[in-house]
Design a protein around this ligand. Sequence first.
Ligand SMILES: Cc1cc2nc3c(=O)[nH]c(=O)nc-3n(C[C@H](O)[C@H](O)[C@H](O)COP(=O)(O)OP(=O)(O)OC[C@H]3O[C@@H](n4cnc5c(N)ncnc54)[C@H](O)[C@@H]3O)c2cc1C
Length: 466
Amino acid sequence: MKTYEPITEEIVGKLKKIVGDKFVWTDEDHLEQYKTDEETDPRKFHRPEAVVAPASTEEVAAILKLANAARFPVTPRSGGTSVSDGAIPVCGGLVLLMERMDKILEVSPEGMYLKAQAGARTGDVQQAARQQGLFYAGDPCSADSCLIGGNLATNAGGDKAVRYGTTRNQVHAIEVVLPNGEIAHLGTRSKKNTTGYCLDQLVIGSEGTLGIITEVTLKLLPQAPYKSDVLAIFTDQDKATGIVPVLLREGLNPTSVEFMDNAFVRASSDYSKLNLGHYEDGSYVILTLETFDEEEMDRKLIKLDELCQANGAVEVGMADDRVWTLRKNCLESTRVLSKVMTSDDFVVPLDKIARTINELSREAQNYPFRVFTLAHAGDGNLHFSILKGDLSDEEWEQALDAFHAKAYQYVYAMGGKLSGEHGIGAKKVKQLAALADPGELYMMQTIKKALDPLDILNPGKVLAVY
Ligand SMILES: Cc1cc2nc3c(=O)[nH]c(=O)nc-3n(C[C@H](O)[C@H](O)[C@H](O)COP(=O)(O)OP(=O)(O)OC[C@H]3O[C@@H](n4cnc5c(N)ncnc54)[C@H](O)[C@@H]3O)c2cc1C
């Protein structure tokens, strides 16, 4: 693996000159705090040598110029909610915090856009849009703790992607500091654009390997006045997953179609101290409809009820916010059951999602770990939470590798991919190298080398360190 130069006292002094003495840390507490993100396995932790919090795009640029001159790696970090080891400084060096760049700069009701610094909290972006009667459609379940730049870097999905698409669909333009410290303004607010390469979309979803996003211009939408959440409960998991293609085919255009298996229903009900029915035997499908017309909502709700009943639901009812508390607590609810766990993020074409959930969750029963299944079912995106429990490190690794080998093969045979929304991070670098189309891998490596010849920015993420 490539070796980098250490961050010396002299470099720390230069960093302090760039951002101010108060915003560079080398003390034990900070180095310990930033050795991981949502990763729970201590074997994956890496301590940085220093942590820095710039306040402007120019400061970010100066830090990257210094990093190239002194040859130390830089890991950008927003909310640190990555579940793919994306914010872990796997090669040491510097962790660069985005949290001071947190301003909402402009909300334009006329132009229906919002400009913010990349360190603005996603929940604050949503709130700022709401205050103007508008709506920002990006909504990962971590919206209260992640930052908008982190969402762009990972092309985050979430509960509303069925109707509105993922984060990349919500973006007009970005400002980005390239690995060598140059500043680029990419994208446009115009509806059409064929003016050269589509570089904004290349940077979005590149997980901080091609540039540090410092400012974002986001699309806003009108807020639909009518919104209904529905909980459909099934006691037969195959029927629960089988409802997804039916709903999408019938033109209901749902905003959310979320699936929780019975293991997640129990875990999250216990964690949230809620019981919404069929705790013992139910799989849940949570559906959200939005309309601009009351009668249209009534018609859609009747149709939804009919379709769920006809496809085997044992209960269909209007749901309140408690159903979203259950859904959003899923990940946390399994954390209390096992200190070490991992979360998969497969994505398959929509017509394959029911089959994939059912076959892979059945396959998972053959291994000595506990598996909980969750899906943004309307996007074909499946999350398995796999718990280490009392297994030894060796047993855990063996079982996980054996399951993953089967699961990856299955998902790719279905026309799917390794990650629907969490990204490759450091966690799936080897798998991407093994599974990606050779031409695709060649393009990724060539672009990375061209923009970051010294492999300074977020090395060891998406691609192996060269
Ligand atoms: C409880 C929970 C629920 C979740 N639900 C969802 C969900 O519904 N949908 C979903 O997609 N994900 C979800 N996630 C995963 C995670 O929240 C997303 O990946 C999120 O977009 C990460 O944002 P962050 O601000 O925490 O970024 P971080 O974790 O800090 O960083 C993520 C990656 O982006 C890079 N990066 C960060 N900021 C920048 C920047 N400004 N410029 C360039 N690169 C940068 C980092 O180096 C890292 O590689 C969930 C996580 C948790 C813990």
